[in-house]
Design a protein around this ligand. Sequence first.
Ligand code: SAH
Length: 364
Amino acid sequence: MSNQPQGTRALPESSSAAHILAEKIDREGPIPLSEYIDIANTAYYASKDPIGEDGDFVTAPEISQMFGELVGIWLSDLWLRKGSHDHVHYVELGPGRGTLASDARRAMSKFGCHPQVHFVENSPVLKAKQAALHRSAAWHESIDSLPTDAPLMIVANEFFDALPVEQFISTKAGWRRHMVARERNKFIAIPGTQAIENQVSKSSAGLSIGTILESSPASIQILGDLSSRIAKQGGVILIIDYGYDRPGTGSTLQAVKNHMPISPFDSPGTADLTAHVDFHSLSNIAKTRLLSIHGPAEQGQWLKALGIDQRAKRLAQMVPKKADAIRAAHHRLTHCDEMGRLFRVMAASSMDWPEPEGFTYGES
Ligand code: SAH
């Protein structure tokens, strides 16, 4: 995390999100950072499929089928131990190309688990890709329309990092909200003018000038609502994302375009804006809804506990000419210098569902 001031590049003429934002700021004055991210990311995901080697970033299910398969096996195990409900829903938040759901469903079907499939997705481009793989799925613009009649098995891989964050910055005049303004045809982040001391916890009083506190009210709202549903209907949510386990300071907002980091204020709507996921706050909100929390664990250790080493070996034996690629994918998903440590896995389940696998490695 860093406390560097952000936003110094010229505004490109061609981006429609940049125009919408510029007009809004010229009309209304500086807008909260969270609103800037919301507008930029909605335009970004609506404009293209950004996932894959040819896009802006690659996600775990696109690296190897092993990832989705192990998620499917993990869900099946819970489902079987809970008593194999006939009626259960598989829900995925931000399913991207639908690859994880394909691999997970194939694995689940081996155990006789055939849940109804629901996708929460707001990108028309990605919805079309998902529809090509999952003809019988139901799509939802938001979590509000998810079914209420049966247990939910919810999966969110790299979904929460795409939700807007807001930031507070400590100034000589006190705590201020981070706002986005325009200066000489560029977007810049500036402290707001209104005092917001009551929104910052008392423990932040001694922090030095320039310190940034970040939070994601949108993430808290979504997980709070889903947790209430799970507490009532039964089930589990599995969250996999890059993030941190303890509260910290500094901005984690970043932008990625063509696999390269750029300034988050450089070209809104044409780069992927993300922030690290605050697992501490997510686990707290799920606890307030009386769910039991598992993890966060490191992705590498979680996948190993579920048997990724054995699966990689078996796949390499089955398709020897792909053995090197399989070994490389295994390394990328599990090694601590790759996705193995930065990515975290957390589950929250209703009290009447069994203890999920994968979170007790290292214990005797
Ligand atoms: N889970 C996929 C894709 C991750 S990219 C994978 O692992 O490959 C983020 C996904 O979340 C995309 O599908 C994007 O369209 C979706 N998304 C982002 N913000 C969203 C929002 N506010 N509501 C619904 N879907 C959203």
